[in-house]
Write a protein that binds this ligand. Structure first.
Ligand SMILES: [Zn+2]
Length: 145
């Protein structure tokens, strides 16, 4: 189970900066965004081709929902680029970068990667996970070029 489809999330410095920057922009609320990239067998490969900051429709410091309009735009962008939506990132403003019970319940796609950016401490901390049948597995993050 654990070994199946385990990937490394590979982010460029720019992608990493976009993700973290969007989390700061969203304060005091949680922020969220969608990741695009290739999949193999319905599972993200870890290669990211696009990071798309989205509106948190919940406008909440505790929960997030990707605004339906942003989800639709991302689906269209993925389709025209020949890739898939492969994950969603969000911020934790006052807790660590670990999935909350709500995050686990919301994680409906076993092939997605779920990065979380904690802004609790002075420096942002990003960690990423796959969540399959409510089992959380950390996915290492590699910053490439
Ligand atoms: Zn969360």
């Amino acid at each position: 189970m654990i070994a199946v489809g385990v990937t490394t999330l590979r982010l460029t410095r720019h992608q990493h900066a976009v993700m973290v920057g969007h989390c700061y922009d969203g304060l005091p609320d949680e922020a969220c965004g969608l990741l695009l990239g290739p999949m193999i067998g319905g599972v993200a490969t870890g290669v990211i081709t696009d990071t798309r900051p989205c509106v948190n429709a919940d406008a909440s410091a505790r929960t997030y929902t990707v605004a339906p309009k942003d989800m639709l735009r991302a689906m269209r962008a993925a389709e025209s680029a020949g890739v898939e939506i492969v994950g969603v990132w969000h911020s934790h403003t006052h807790t660590t970068a670990y999935p909350s019970p709500t995050d686990v319940r919301q994680a409906v796609d076993p092939g997605w990667i779920y990065p979380i950016v904690s802004l609790r401490d002075g420096a942002p901390v990003m960690r990423a996970y796959r969540i399959v049948a409510e089992v959380i597995t950390e996915v290492p993050i590699e910053i490439v070029a």
